[in-house]
Design a protein around this ligand. Structure first.
Ligand SMILES: Cc1ncc(COP(=O)(O)O)c(C=O)c1O
Length: 380
């Protein structure tokens, strides 16, 4: 038998190439838009004297986190413990797991990470406090614990003073635990369409957080950190006087879902994340087929949109198969367009990034760099 074991898969792109040379489908990062979004959030946090701890679940890339930290971010948020490992390897020494976890495998990861970096975690049940507290205390590491309060999201998090008090009181039993403040993220309001709706609901969430802070203070427990906020409400949360730390993730990309929000603040974020696709079949009238399907774009927040430009008014992405995207065609005949490129705006950045190994970073028509999505697939 012939030995082909040294056969290399061709790279998706190389720095210096033009966009027409990139293999498709490719996850594209427009560096001008990305850098502008990056700068805006860093300066917003600075102006308000609030810490920025961007969520790494959006991009899963240590290269991007390092740039966020270089602009002043205090560390990163991860949603899963395994997701944190590449960021620790990359030298990021402060990670907040903004999510609850259960099970001895997860607790073991938390203890290992806490032995290496400053680690904070979320809880909403005393059994989680016990499990993490016993394990941390047994090996002599400190884990910062931030109970999550539900401020309207209706997902995880306690929703009463009594439940919060039970968590804080239980922590005191464990030398390996330190009360770090509150996790208070309201994901349910981030995509409310109008600026005014988001302003009103963010104010409601901030009132709920303030009530929990006052309750704890009355019991003698000050909250050193109150962490929350996503891209859709960060301009309200940062000015609320309640949050000390912001966790936005998607702001660097502005995906299609966020693109349909009304933006009326200091800054309008820019689309920075795209999928480059190729028209691979024009055999049918009023239809073209591109090479981006469900394996190349998440559709939970809507189908991808065609970016402004050559094809904006001619093509509409109307359905996704595994490897195919069906494009409805305004023109009668697309036969001459076979092989042409179409830039798509994905509906939801987080699960889309998790489908790719690399960002192809470009400026204008030129590929500037390839960045690994090194926490891709680490969701346990
Ligand atoms: C706990 C938590 N914090 C922050 C974020 C970041 O939100 P966004 O990507 O909308 O800015 C998320 C996103 O789902 C989240 O779950």
């Amino acid at each position: 038998m012939k030995d082909f074991s040294s056969l290399k898969t061709p790279a998706i792109a190389r720095a210096g190439a033009t966009l027409s040379e990139v293999a498709t489908p490719a996850l594209m990062l427009d560096l001008d838009a990305f850098e502008s979004n990056l700068q805006f959030m860093a300066s917003l946090a600075r102006r308000h004297g609030v810490a920025l701890r961007p969520h790494a679940k959006a991009h899963k890339s240590t290269m991007i986190s390092r740039q966020q930290i270089a602009l002043g971010a205090v560390g990163v948020c991860c949603q899963k413990l395994s997701e944190a490992y590449p960021f620790v390897r990359a030298g990021i020494d402060s990670i907040h797991i903004s999510n609850e976890f259960v099970g001895s495998d997860k607790v073991a990861m938390a203890v290992e990470l806490a032995g290496l970096i400053k680690l904070s975690v979320c809880v909403d049940h005393v059994a989680q406090v016990d499990a993490i507290g016993k394990a941390a205390s047994a090996v002599g590491v400190t884990i910062i614990v931030m109970p999550e309060v539900d401020v309207g999201h209706g997902r995880c998090g306690v929703d009463s003073n009594e439940a919060l008090a039970a968590l804080v009181d239980r922590m005191a039993a464990y030398p390996g635990l330190r009360f770090g403040g509150l996790q208070a993220y309201n994901g349910g309001i981030q995509h409310l369409a109008t600026w005014e709706q988001r302003r009103l609901e963010a104010a409601r969430s901030a009132d709920r957080v303030a009530q929990y802070i006052r309750f704890l203070e009355a019991r003698g427990a000050a909250c050193p950190v109150v962490s929350g906020a996503g891209t859709g409400t960060v301009e309200f949360d940062v000015a609320s006087g309640v949050y000390t730390e912001m966790q936005p993730g998607s702001y660097i990309f502005l995906d299609g879902h966020y693109g349909s929000n009304e933006w009326a603040g200091d800054y309008t974020p820019k689309h920075g994340l795209f999928i480059l696709s190729t028209i691979m079949s024009t055999a049918k009238q009023h239809k073209a087929v591109c090479d981006v399907g469900l394996k190349g774009v998440a559709v939970d927040s809507g189908l991808p949109r065609v970016r402004a430009g050559e094809y904006e008014d001619k093509l509409r992405y109307v359905s996704a198969n595994d490897e195919h995207g069906i494009l409805q065609v305004a023109a009668d005949d697309m036969r001459d367009h076979l092989g042409n490129r179409v830039m798509l705006i994905p509906g939801h950045c987080d699960p889309t990034c998790n489908l790719y190994d690399q960002f192809v970073c470009f400026r204008g028509d030129v590929v500037e760099a390839i960045w690994d999505i090194d926490a891709r697939g680490l969701s346990y």
